[in-house]
Design a protein around this ligand. Sequence first.
Ligand code: FAD
Length: 446
Amino acid sequence: MGINFISEPIPLARDAGGTPEGASDASWYFATQNHGIERQALECDIECDVCIVGGGYTGLSAALTLSEAGLSVVLLEKYRIGSGASGRNGGVLGMGQRKDQDDLEKLLGDEWAHKLWKMSEDANALVRQRIKDYDIDCDLANGELTVAHRARYERELWDYAAHLETRYRYEDCHSLSRAEVSDRIGSDAYFGGYLDLRAGHLHPLNLAQGLAQAAESKGAQLFETTEVLGIDAEGPGRAQVRTAGCRVRSDKVVLACNGYLNGLIREPDDFQMPINNFMVATEPLPQPLAETIIRDNQAVVDTRFVVNYFHLSRDHRLIFGGGENYTRFFPKDIRAVVRRRLLEIYPQLENVEIPYAWGGTLSVTMNRMPKFGRLGEHLYYGQGYSGHGVAMANMGGHLIAEAIKGEAAGFDLLADIKHRRFPGGRWLRWPGLVAGMLFYAMLDRV
Ligand SMILES: Cc1cc2nc3c(=O)[nH]c(=O)nc-3n(C[C@H](O)[C@H](O)[C@H](O)COP(=O)(O)OP(=O)(O)OC[C@H]3O[C@@H](n4cnc5c(N)ncnc54)[C@H](O)[C@@H]3O)c2cc1C
């Protein structure tokens, strides 16, 4: 990919995330957050029903569902709420799972695939309902265009839209010709595609912060700059979660660290690979130009293996994501990496300034489906949304909370999916995997 690495290494993907605040405060989302509330660190031992580790959507959504049900909840976040993937992602509120339904039908059978589709519909509804119930100001807009970057994918996208309609009675997906795509997004770079009206886009950090405030309004206690160093959840008694100076004793623990898990607990880590993904935000575009770029304020996602995804912000910036790497380091010049991809789609933006560039770390699994599980009596974990977590991590945290409350059907639908560990253990798996990812990334150019 021709990426230069910074000489002062930020420990990243292999250390699973390293310093999220370093890149999250470079983002346009950070610059436009609704509030900059800073919560205190945990400074004494404390007891609760459920201790949650990680303040992204998975952890926050679990905290909200549990505290709505009257359980006492303590959430510990190493940096700030939303400073992981949840506060810096592309904001695309996608439908379905990361894996297409026809693949899920082959992998898991018809019934299971149908339940997972229904879960994604519920995930979309859950996010929308919470935005409404808790009055979360996060620029929610409707519509996502999926567009073919090669002619050979155009028919596949149309067939998939038809498949959703006939097999899943999903009527919100509409096939588009190449001319219709071009008219909607002001670029000839793509072939046909489809428009999904139930999907959409939003301001991810403001969603995370809104969920945090919602959980607090129901009694959850959230602590920031509090790194969990160890968890003892295997014995018969209460679990203990350790930070540098304190302990949290709880009946249950939720591990919600996703791509930033960094070996805290071995088993979930073996099933995921952290990947860094990069984004930019342009200066505000003049409104007439913005409207030719994306006519109806919808999100756009393409069919590349290393996907491009973009939408307009409320002040008419182009928020564009594209490019990834699989190392411990972010590229030295994220702006240049992403700009190159942006100009392939929109050469007319050659002279537009790009004041914001940032990166984030997400977690992928071998089969690109989320990895959920229990460890012993007390610990639940959920991770590995494979770049499709805005809706699904919100649902994932909710399902963990439901399981803790005694209703595990939804949780088990995910936990029962068979996953393969990444081969080669924690260190040796990287060379082969990276070679594989780079191979597929290269196919994007063929
Ligand atoms: C650049 C980028 C673009 C993306 N775009 C999209 C998109 O458009 N649509 C989509 O659906 N998905 C997208 N994703 C994926 C989506 O953002 C994630 O799937 C989702 O946010 C995962 O949420 P999470 O809560 O599980 O993890 P995270 O949000 O990563 O949260 C994990 C948290 O755990 C904390 N943590 C880690 N270790 C500890 C510890 N020891 N103690 C305490 N806290 C700890 C971290 O600091 C972090 O805040 C994107 C991801 C990235 C990085």
